[in-house]
Design a protein around this ligand. Structure first.
Ligand code: GLN
Length: 189
């Protein structure tokens, strides 16, 4: 989508880039231990404190919460940028695998031009509720935009919260709509 991309575990490069993309596939706790080994949580914290954009996808979204119920021999806490624990979807069949439409938050920049499109999901766990208390003081940033989807129950499909954005679905597997979403993010950097 016109961006020069570097795959890196180098903290200095991950801090300096215009946008940090945090992918995640597989087991939550395995992804978290990989991220911790690369000092990922601290790098993400520093970026966000400085208003530097970060985009998490799939488990890369889940790790922004406090933790996950996904089974693991060695449980690892999430980064905890957002309160709440990722739960198993209460559906008869998991994973939720395939295309689904969203209830996109009004005013979304990430979904500009594609809010009515379907996106591709592959997951059994998700954040089911948005628990960050609203801030309304003079210094408060704009309220987070929370977009939802439904599979078994309502769950959080995407969040735009200042410099931190995330999607539970896979834009890179979502055809033209997903590419447009990624381009929207790249153009905002
Ligand atoms: N697609 C995946 O990598 C699965 C992500 C995660 N383990 C979940 O089920 O939610």
């Amino acid at each position: 989508m016109g961006a020069a991309v570097t795959l890196t575990a180098d903290p200095a490069a991950a801090l300096a880039c215009d946008g940090l993309f945090v992918p995640g596939v597989g087991n939550f706790h395995a992804c978290m231990s990989g991220l911790r080994a690369a000092d990922g949580p601290r790098i993400i914290d520093i970026r966000l404190a400085g208003g530097r954009p970060v985009l998490g996808v799939c488990v890369g979204m889940q790790v922004m919460f406090d933790g996950s119920d996904e089974p693991s021999m060695a449980r690892v806490d999430g980064i905890g940028e957002w309160p709440g624990v990722v739960r198993r979807l209460p559906a008869e069949v998991v994973p939720h695998m395939g295309w689904n439409t969203l209830d996109v938050a009004p005013g979304s920049r990430l979904f500009a031009g594609v809010a009515d499109q379907a996106f591709y999901f592959v997951h059994s766990y998700a954040a089911l509720t948005w628990d960050l208390p609203p801030a309304d003081g003079a210094m408060a940033a704009a309220a987070p935009l929370v977009s939802r989807c439904r599979y078994g129950t309502d769950f959080i499909a995407a969040v735009e919260n200042g410099p931190l954005s995330a999607t539970q679905f896979h834009p890179e597997k979502s055809g033209d709509a997903g590419l447009q979403l990624l381009q929207n993010w790249v153009q905002s950097l």
